[in-house]
Design a binder for this molecule. Structure first.
Ligand code: BDR
Ligand code: CA
Length: 314
């Protein structure tokens, strides 16, 4: 089978970085047409910098990287330096990037690519707030039916929230954008906290990254060392959750994941519950299903796949 053509929309972030590394290491499964950056974990200038650092670490300086929206559609940006550090990629010491950013705006790249490629062949992989994707759908509504699928990290049902008691960060930052994406009619696969909190980098798993001995494996282990302190302190969990790599792993090995095809709506208005993904997991409404909402993964095989693929990089 030909590799899936994907656009990664991202706000790196250590877990975004691992998701990108997994995709770049897997050319037989995915072809990365471009990486579009959005403001999220840290401001846009830093996410666009970090995406380039990650591509250079992977030995892929030819990757096309685009800067996109620097703030949510209608709100003030909320960032997550308390999780990811001041740079967004705290942990390893990595060189400043020298590869260029493309001139085109990320939103135009998404639109142009979906119009240029045959309909139903391009998958969007959002790993951050959904601002770029929603802005593209608003500017060019014709692209919705050309999207093969959107596989995104965001939301929660059983785990409820991480940035507020009822909201996951990516959805909370730009709920209006999320509402547009969830209502676009494109096939949607959602990796909520319910599954990503099961993708935990335990000490033996992180030791396995480090033991690869390549620069990538060591950098990933150091990113995790930094990133895990937040979840260890907050949840008492066994290690850092690799939220965003669930998206790229799903494209490579969908059989490792299971979920339900259900209706998911986004709460935008309530002060208490803004950004909540109201997921009809139990089928108690007659609202039409619009998403495959993932609930579980085979964590051991997920980490085996990831470690195996990271070993291929410099
Ligand atoms: C999501 O928010 C960010 O902090 C992570 O990169 C991930 O995309 C988890 O809530
Ligand atoms: Ca992210």
């Amino acid at each position: 089978m030909n590799p899936a053509k994907i656009i990664i929309d991202t706000d790196p972030g250590q877990d975004d970085a691992v998701a990108i590394l997994l995709a770049l290491a897997s050319p037989e499964d995915v072809e990365v047409l471009g990486i579009t950056c959005v403001a999220g974990n840290v401001p846009l200038e830093l996410t666009a910098r970090n995406a380039r650092i990650v591509c250079e670490l992977a030995g892929f300086p030819q990757t096309k990287i685009f800067a996109g929206c620097d703030r949510p559609l209608g709100r003030t940006l909320v960032t997550a330096e308390h999780v990811h550090g001041k740079s967004g990629l705290d942990g390893p010491v990595l060189p400043e990037p020298t590869m260029p950013l493309q001139d085109t705006h990320a939103v135009d790249f998404i639109i142009d690519t979906l119009r240029a490629e045959p309909a139903g062949t391009v998958t969007l992989c959002p790993l951050g707030p959904l601002t770029n994707i929603a802005a593209a759908l608003q500017k060019a509504p014709d692209i919705a039916e050309r999207i093969k699928q959107i596989v995104l990290m965001g939301g929660a049902y059983f785990e409820v929230g991480n940035i507020t008691p009822t909201a996951e960060f990516n959805i909370y930052v730009d709920p209006e954008a999320a509402r547009i994406v969830f209502g676009a009619g494109a096939p949607l696969v959602v990796m909520p906290l319910d599954v990503t909190h099961k993708a935990l980098v335990t000490t033996p798993r992180n030791d396995a990254f480090r033991a690869l001995g390549n620069a990538t494996g060591i950098a990933v282990a150091e990113m995790t060392d930094f990133f895990e302190r937040f979840d260890l302190a907050k949840y008492g969990s066994e290690g850092a959750p690799l939220h965003d790599p669930c998206v790229t792993a799903y494209l490579i090995a969908p059989h490792l994941f299971s979920g339900r095809h259900i209706n998911v709506e986004i709460e935008c208005d309530s002060d208490l519950c803004r950004g909540m993904t109201v997921a009809d997991w139990w089928g108690v409404t007659d609202r039409k299903p619009n998403a495959l909402f993932i609930g579980d993964l085979d964590a051991d095989h997920f980490f085996a796949l990831l470690t195996d693929r990271l070993a291929r990089l410099p």
